[in-house]
Ligand binder design. Structure first.
Ligand code: B1M
Length: 212
């Protein structure tokens, strides 16, 4: 039986092979994907963040932890995404310009797909105009933005302004999230919603779609 603490430890060590093996074992042991994600992978990455902040570990360690986290997420992805579900709506998602953090954004995208949304993922370092142009091109009714750096949070405001400038306010709704982002910040920049984690983001997007 693979323990979730062991998975966390392997993420912290940046041991992608162990994370791969242990998450596969946890799935075989019928531990739920949500538990493996929250109490194994995300818990480990939380510790990595604290140690990085305290200068106990350095950027290469964080990169290795991210690689290990992805090894686990790859195994969980099929369990989180149900195939053949009719689309609940189209959403464009990305990490804002200047920001390369994409683990949280990818989790949100996986959960949205799992819930039945059609997700267009623009990746990271996405310019405000790209979000809006893509939404127009594909007829998406939601734009989802992620930011992990306090210095890139203002880009979210630029996206909201770009939506307004294009006359799409009310037609294309915006949702923001990421570790430094808050409900107050979302309200301050005029975003339509804030999601504190991936599951909450799905609930908030469902609300936005039902309001449209
Ligand atoms: Co960076 N980094 N990093 N980093 N990194 C943070 C964010 C930091 C808090 C670390 C620290 O100091 N404690 C700090 C930011 C400080 C600040 O801005 N105040 C920081 C820094 C400083 C940096 C660099 C500047 C370091 C440097 O170069 N000196 C640099 C910046 C590069 C850039 O982006 N331009 C940098 C680089 C990196 C790596 C590339 C090494 C790597 C990213 C790899 C990758 O993403 N592919 C990395 C990592 C891994 C982290 C930490 C350790 C972990 C982030 C993560 O993946 N968490 C992070 C510390 C931390 O956050 N504790 C840190 C796990 C993930 C599941 O959580 O992304 O929060 P999160 O997503 C959650 C929710 O926030 C929410 O749902 C997700 C699931 O629950 N959510 C949404 C996210 N997006 C959402 C969107 C929504 C709704 C909810 O709606 C659309």
């Amino acid at each position: 039986m693979a323990g979730l603490a062991e998975i966390s430890e392997a993420v912290i060590r940046g041991d992608d092979e162990q994370v791969d093996r242990l998450t596969k074992q946890a799935i075989a042991d019928e531990i739920s994907a949500k538990n493996i994600l929250d109490d194994g992978l995300i818990a480990g990455m939380g510790t990595v963040g604290e140690r990085f902040k305290a200068h106990e570990i350095f950027l290469p360690d964080v990169l290795m932890a991210a690689k290990a986290m992805y090894a686990g997420m790859d195994n969980l992805r099929p369990l989180l995404i149900k195939e053949g579900v009719p689309s609940l709506g189209k959403i464009v998602i990305g990490t804002v310009q200047g920001d390369l953090h994409d683990i949280g954004k990818n989790l949100v995208a996986i959960m949205l797909k799992g819930a039945g949304f059609d997700v267009i993922d623009l990746g990271n370092d996405v310019a405000p105009e790209s979000f809006v142009e893509t939404a127009k091109e594909h007829g998406a009714s939601i734009i989802g933005m992620s930011a992990l750096l306090t210095t890139t949070m203002p880009v979210m405001k630029s996206v909201v302004e770009c939506v307004e400038k294009e006359g799409l306010a009310g037609k294309v709704r915006t949702i923001v999230g990421g570790a430094p982002v808050s409900k107050d910040f979302a309200a301050q920049i005029g975003a339509d919603a804030y999601g504190f984690d991936a599951a909450n983001a799905v609930d908030r997007v469902k609300c936005l779609i039902s309001e449209n």
